[in-house]
Design a protein around this ligand. Structure first.
Ligand code: PLP
Length: 355
């Protein structure tokens, strides 16, 4: 008798759950921190023309050489540092984790945080160690550094700012972690366009620092493009783990195009940013709603009944993320992406109705 998945699949995979994405057809989509603004009209024909000339019969340039050059310039990557591109930063998280995966080696991160850090640690046979944030969702630097010393993790992930909380940790606390860790520290700056704080300029100071970013939150979630900057000796190891053609030709071309018109997308990010405070204030006026401070393009809110609020919003065509049950600190919490003024009005009206 042939054995089935229950006998052959690794127990940690049997126990895992696939990343769930809610059906969003026709919804006001405030669940995934996407840029709510479409590609500007005047750029569409130019992009189409560019894409039509790509040699789709050929394999892509394996390391995205031209795109790496332009990124290094536009993102002010310090001289002597090397870039690595990924099929989204999810791909980069997998590459970095796999590169350092020794059975039993620890991967440390504050919790709650981006679920991929733990998932990749588990899948690569490493030992995930989540260090709880404080009750107010702030970073407990002392407790974290203590755990760094105790566990001597091969790898530390810090989302800067954090997802799903929106909190930007103090730079001093991040530096403390960098100094205490003898393993690699990945600073995930997925929300750089909104928080505008970065350790990129200080990359050369810390031999164990990797700065990771993505274009996903800047209007290009659909192309799957992430990048990381680190010392060349790290990137050359990552390159051995990376799939040979992990960033396809269309993505490389759209990435270059996005950089050429970067100010247009940064403008869109500014429009989103301008909505964050008014939306937060309006949410905080609703009965029983607590809004946590955020430096990103989303707000974490605590409501009287998250399941009821989530379902009520969904019935009215508004999709957010329900984090109740994901972690004790996220009790009764929803994460709401900041949308266009119109989308935010629809959300507020719908939530008022539910509450
Ligand atoms: C959204 C997000 C990512 C995922 O980025 P992709 O490039 O779309 O894979 C990575 N890290 C954090 C903290 C995020 O919130």
């Amino acid at each position: 008798m042939a054995r089935g998945p229950a006998e052959l699949v690794r127990p940690e995979i049997l126990a895992a759950r696939a990343y769930h994405v809610a059906e969003a057809e026709g919804m006001v989509k405030l669940d995934a921190m996407e840029n709510p603004y479409a590609l500007p009209e005047d750029l569409r024909a130019r992009l189409a023309e560019r894409l039509a000339r790509i040699e789709l019969n050929r394999y892509p340039e394996p390391t995205g050489r031209l795109l790496r050059q332009r990124l290094a310039e536009k993102m002010a990557v310090p001289g002597g540092m090397e870039l690595l591109l990924g099929n989204g930063s999810d791909d980069l998280i997998q590459i970095v984790t796999l590169t350092l995966a020794r059975p039993g080696a620890a991967v440390l991160f504050p919790e709650p945080t981006f679920a991929m850090y733990r998932a990749n640690a588990v899948l690569s046979g490493m030992r995930p160690v989540g260090v709880p944030l404080r009750d107010d969702l702030g970073f407990d630097a002392r407790a974290f550094v203590e755990r760094v010393r105790a566990e001597q993790p091969a790898l530390v992930y810090l989302a800067y700012p954090n997802n799903p909380t929106g909190v930007l940790y103090d730079e001093a606390a991040v530096l403390e972690v960098l100094r205490a860790a003898d393993g690699l520290v990945v600073l995930d700056e997925a929300y750089h366009a909104f928080a505008k704080r970065s350790l990129m300029p200080r990359l050369a100071e810390f031999p164990n620092l990797v700065v990771m970013r993505t274009v996903s939150k800047l209007g290009f979630a659909g192309i799957r493009l992430g990048y990381l900057a680190a010392r060349p000796e790290w990137v050359s190891e990552f390159n051995k783990v990376r799939q040979a053609y992990n960033v396809n030709a269309l993505t490389q071309a759209v990435g270059l195009f996005a950089l050429e018109h970067l100010e247009r997308f940064e403008e869109q990010a500014e429009r989103v940013l301008a909505e964050r405070a008014p939306l937060g204030a309006a949410l905080a006026r609703l009965p029983g709603v607590t809004v946590f401070p955020s430096e990103a393009n989303f707000l974490l809110v605590r409501v009287p009944d998250a399941g009821r609020a989530y379902e009520g919003l969904r019935r009215q065509g508004v999709l957010v993320r329900n984090f109740h049950g994901a972690h004790p600190l996220l009790e009764r919490c929803l994460r709401i992406t900041v949308g266009t003024p119109e989308e935010n009005r629809i959300l507020l009206r719908a939530l008022e109705e539910v509450l």
